[in-house]
Design a protein around this ligand. Sequence first.
Ligand code: 5GP
Ligand code: MN
Length: 332
Amino acid sequence: MTATARPPSTDVASAVSAAAALLAPARDVTLVAHVQPDADSLGSALALGTVLSRRGARVRVSFAAPAHAPESLRPLDALGLLVPPEAVPAEPELLVMCDTAAPERLGSLLDRLAAARASVLIDHHASNPGFGDVRILDPAAEATVVLVHRLLAEMGAPIDTVVATCLYAGLVTDTVGFRTAGPAAHRMAADLLEAGVDVEAVLRPINGDHPFGWLDALAGVLHGATLDASAAGGRGFVSAVVPVEVMERYRVEEVDGVVDLLRTTSEADVAAVLKQVGPRRWSVSMRSRTVDVAAAAVGLGGGGHPRAAGVTLDGGPDEVLARLCAALTPAG
Ligand code: 5GP
Ligand code: MN
C-alpha cells in the first residue's frame, strides 16, 4: 500500500538515494509511462527497466493507452519489456511512475498506484502535485531521463548502448533538440554518445520519416491555420486543427510535428494544435516563446511545462479556441 511509514522525500538528492535503496534489492518492478507515451516517458521507463532486468529483477514496462507504443519508440524496447496494461499485476510490488505530471496521466493504471506495496515517482513537471512514496520531482531537470540518469549513477549502474539510447531519445526530444538543455544536459548527451548512441537512428523514425501522403494532409492542416495577433495579451496566437480523418490515417510521428511548424510563426508567441480525438473532443498541444502555457493548461484541467503544455477539451473547435484564448489572456 502507499500508506507506508516513509514520508515523502523533500529534496531531490535524498529522493534519489531513497529510490536507489528501494530499487537495489527489488525482485519485481513495474515501470509505467503516462498515457500517449512520449520518448521521455517511455525512454525513462525502459532505461531503468533494462538496468533492473539485467540485474535479475522481474521487470515489466507498461502504459494505459493507446494499445501500442508509437512505432518510432518500439526499438527502445530491446529486451521486450513492454506489456499491455492488463498484464500489470493488480498489486505491484514496486511501481515506478515516469514523467507522469499528475496521477490521472496513469489512465486506467491509476488503480495500481493505490494498490502498490511501494511506489516511486520520477518527474520534472512543475505542475506535478507530488504523489507516490518516494518522489524524485525536479522541475529544473530538462527531462525525466535526466533524473533517471542521476538515479542510475546513484545505483552504480553502467550505461550501455541500449540504456544510453533510451535516455538520449527522451533528452533530445524533451529539449527540442537541445534548445532548452543546460550545460549538464549537454555533458550527459556527450556521455550517452560515448556509450554508443546512433543519433540519426534514434531521431529519424521519431520526426524525420513520413509517408508521401502526409505532405498533402499537412498542407491541408496548415492551409486552415489561423492567426490572432491580438490574442494572448497581444503577443499573438496561431492555431490549426487536425481533423479526425487525418488523426486516424496518420501516426503520432506525423501529427505531433504540426505544432513544431506552427510555433515558428513570427507573429505569434503561442501556438496551439487541436487534435480531434472524438466527435467533440480535442487533445490540445500548446507551445510558446514567453507566455506560461502550463498555467493556462492547468487552469483548463491539463498540465505541462511553461513553454510546452497540453489539455484535453470538449466542444466545437471554435469553442475550444475561445477557451484557450481566454485562458491565455492575463487577468486584469
Ligand atoms: P504534447 O503537446 O507534446 O503532447 O505535450 C506537451 C506537454 O504537455 C507534456 O509535458 C505533456 O505531459 C503535457 N500534456 C499534454 N497533454 C496533456 C493533457 O491532456 N493533460 C495533462 N495534464 N498534461 C498534458
Ligand atoms: Mn518529460
